[in-house]
Design a protein around this ligand. Structure first.
Ligand SMILES: Cc1ncc(C[n+]2csc(CCOP(=O)(O)OP(=O)(O)O)c2C)c(N)n1
Ligand SMILES: [Mg+2]
Length: 692
């Protein structure tokens, strides 16, 4: 007789196999091989509540090897999440809750979108940072104090011990299943390195060490000693254990939990496609349905006599105990929170608000006047730093840093402490030179909740973190990406550091709002946009070079930034030409407009910091800013001109940089590349005739 454990494991395997077969698409290999490991974790360790997938102190489970999604859906269904068997039958179908790879926000219990290998591994590190930070700030360890009995009956007074209860309000683990592919991706090295440095002891990763990836045996690609590699990162490494040996896996997880300082990697030796007589252990089972014939043989081999999608009642009943356990876990936590609220009312209130993601009242007060007295030109990166530092004392959840460039990106928050071994409640992060992991870690912090993360680097290095920016947008996370040194205006560092196509790259990402403010006042508004935006990330594109501060006493308010584009300046007579600029080039547009006025051409200057916000305005507003009848239009932006046709039309003139930049002082580069008011004037004269 097979044991309940064996039946449960086979239930996971066959739900995955049958769903994949029905869809005629999917990856059965990893679910079949990893089912025992996943089962031990979910059945014996994972602290979760299927009825409330979002309660704050649940353990997080990330399926970093997102291609094994069918296994996750099986686990969610079996343990009683709101995911019916019908949804498993609709695996990978239009509008099902069981898409090809797990998608955050779509399926209850899916903690993040995975599929791009390495992202889950790295965002888990971000979740662990968030948990550690919140624990560092809000948890109250039990304290023992002693005094002496003042009235002993006789003899020496005895010490009395008082025990103050402790509150571990945040105490969960971050678990992940990671595969060969996850560990091959460079991002896992970046993330593992920082996790080891920061001693993120609550991270427990289970590695599906099956020696197989798509192209065959990992002999041909991946021969490093994973154990030594992770030990070198200061991880605790358990195993290799036999992934089919439930007690060995159980022991390894216990050991990992007992290790409170180092993150843990448990190496689980498994057989891909385990149970399939002809396909187990082969690359063929990685990403193709087993086929009817092989499924029959596998059913025989594993003694599974049930029809597709049929789960024996006792097996389901066993899994569904997760509901009762989950209810109790959550209840225990809620009771703890209630008594914490009594002892620490202010902290409890703040924590609750932060977990909800709400901003404290008055968070943006004074932002409008922040630069009222700023008469000297200031780079928008520096202005951004000032805004950040004005907000930081009010918004406790703000947490972030840069990829070793904080002095240049101006993203250090004064007096907010450094997150690290000396202080786990500090809010400045030091990501090291690891842009890719930085992006994924920021995503993990946002996913965890309780934190509003920001991450910064030079715009040209956005290329190193495109995957996590894309995922942040896809998952709808409030992450603030701060990109400085935004154009050829970088100057002497030269073309390697001068972005050309990156801005367009950001604009191409759906659900990402990109903002390139023209001056300090627009930068303050950009921060307002980003913090208010709870349905997706925002990218700031900020200048290295100083820029004049637009005089808002004379010009319209910077509040126009909220609409993405607005009329900044207009000649006294009806406009003959529109000049649209972004960021540093808005000032060139203004200069050109003045020159043009002298030449008898009336220009309107539009500052357009964000295409996405502008496009979202009603047609009425857009037409008021860019009147359809006025076809003489020029755009100026120090980057590729691709895309500007949508605002200037096919007859407009786009001034920009469609080549790699050059190493020279900023002013020279601008002049040589034609980013000048004179060039704009020249273009305007081609489009409009002077009024005599
Ligand atoms: C970043 C990224 N590159 C490539 C892929 C395509 N892909 C999916 S799974 C996989 C590798 C499979 O090997 P492994 O991770 O060991 O999974 P297993 O075959 O053992 O299930 C690849 C290359 C991907 N999902 N993400
Ligand atoms: Mg593999």
């Amino acid at each position: 007789m097979p044991t309940t454990d064996q039946l449960c494991i086979n239930a996971i395997r066959f739900l995955a196999v049958d769903a994949i077969q029905k869809a005629d698409s999917g990856h059965p290999g990893a679910p079949m091989g990893m089912a025992p490991v996943a089962y031990v974790l979910w059945d014996r360790f994972l602290k979760h509540n299927p009825a409330d997938p979002n309660w704050p102190d649940r353990d997080r489970f990330i399926l970093s090897a997102g291609h094994a999604s069918a296994m996750l859906y099986a686990l969610l269904h079996l343990t009683g999440y709101d995911l019916s068997i019908e949804e498993l039958k609709r695996f990978r179908q239009w509008q099902s809750k069981t898409p090809g790879h797990p998608e955050y926000g779509l399926t209850p219990g899916v903690e993040m979108t995975t599929g791009p290998l390495g992202q889950g591994f790295s965002s888990g590190v971000g979740m662990a940072i968030a948990a550690k930070l919140l624990a560092g700030h809000y948890n109250r360890p039990a304290r023992k104090t002693t005094d002496h009995d003042p009235s002993p009956d006789r003899g020496v007074p005895l010490p009395r011990v008082h025990e103050q209860p402790g509150y571990e309000i945040i105490g969960h683990y971050i678990y992940a299943i990671v595969s060969d592919g996850d560990l091959m991706e460079g991002i896992s090295s970046e993330a593992a390195s920082i996790a080891g440095t920061l001693k993120l002891g609550k991270l427990i990763y289970l590695y599906d060490d099956n020696d197989i990836s798509i192209e065959g045996h990992t002999d041909i690609t991946f021969t490093e000693d994973v154990k030594k590699r992770f030990e070198a990162y200061h991880w605790h490494v358990a195993g290799p254990v036999d992934g089919a040996d439930l007690e060995a896996v159980d022991r390894a997880i216990r050991e990992a939990q007992a290790e409170t300082e180092r993150p843990s990697l448990i190496i689980c030796r498994t057989v891909i496609g385990c149970g399939s007589p002809n396909k187990a252990g082969t690359a063929g089972v990685h990403g193709e349905p087993l086929g009817e014939k092989e499924i029959c043989l596998t059913r025989e081999n594993l003694a599974w006599a049930h029809e597709p999608f049929q789960v024996p009642p006792d097996v389901l009943a066993h899994f569904r105990q997760a509901r009762e356990r989950g209810k109790r876990w959550q209840q225990v936590w809620e009771n703890k929170l209630a008594s914490y609220r009594q002892a620490y009312p202010k902290e409890a209130e703040q924590l609750t608000a932060e977990l909800e993601g709400s901003l404290p009242e008055g968070w943006d007060e004074g932002l409008d006047g922040l630069f009222a007295k700023q008469s000297k030109p200031i780079a928008t990166r520096a202005a951004g730093g000032e805004v950040l530092n004005a907000l930081a004392p009010r918004i406790h959840a703000l947490t972030g840093g840069s990829a070793d460039l904080a002095p240049s990106t101006k993203t250090l928050m004064k007096n907010r402490g450094d997150f690290g071994l000396k202080d786990y409640s500090g809010h400045n992060l030091h990501f090291g030179v690891r842009e890719h992991a930085m992006g994924a870690i920021a995503n993990g912090m946002a996913l965890h909740r309780g934190i509003i993360p920001y991450a910064s680097t030079f715009l040209v290095f956005y290329d190193y973190m495109r995957a996590p920016v894309r995922l942040a947008a896809f998952m709808g996370l409030r992450v603030i990406f701060i990109f400085t040194h935004d154009s050829v205006g970088v100057g002497e560092d030269g073309p390697t550091h001068q972005p050309i196509e990156q801005l367009l790259g950001l604009r191409a990402v759906p659900n990402l709002v990109t903002l390139r403010p023209a001056d300090a006042t627009e930068t303050a508004e950009a921060w307002r946009v980003a913090l208010r935006r709870t349905s997706g990330p925002t990218a700031f594109v900020l200048s290295r070079q100083n820029l004049p501060v637009l005089d808002r006493k004379v010009l319209p308010s910077a509040g126009g930034v909220q609409k993405g584009g607005y009329v900044l300046w207009e000649a006294s007579s009806a406009s003959d030409v529109i000049i649209i600029g972004t960021g540093s080039e808005v000032h060139i547009a203004m200069e050109a407009a003045e020159l043009l006025e002298k030449k008898g051409i009336a220009a309107r200057v539009v500052s357009m910091p964000s295409w996405e916000l502008f496009d979202a305005q009603p047609a009425e507003y857009r037409n008021a800013v860019l009147p359809p009848s006025l076809k003489a239009r020029i755009s100026i932006e120090a980057g590729t001109t691709i895309g500007w046709e949508r605002y200037i039309g096919l007859d407009g003139i786009a001034i920009g940089v469609n080549r790699f930049g050059a190493s020279a002082p900023q002013k020279v580069v601008y002049e040589k590349l034609g980013l000048t008011a004179e060039h704009v004037v020249e273009a305007a004269l081609k489009l409009a005739s002077p009024r005599v």
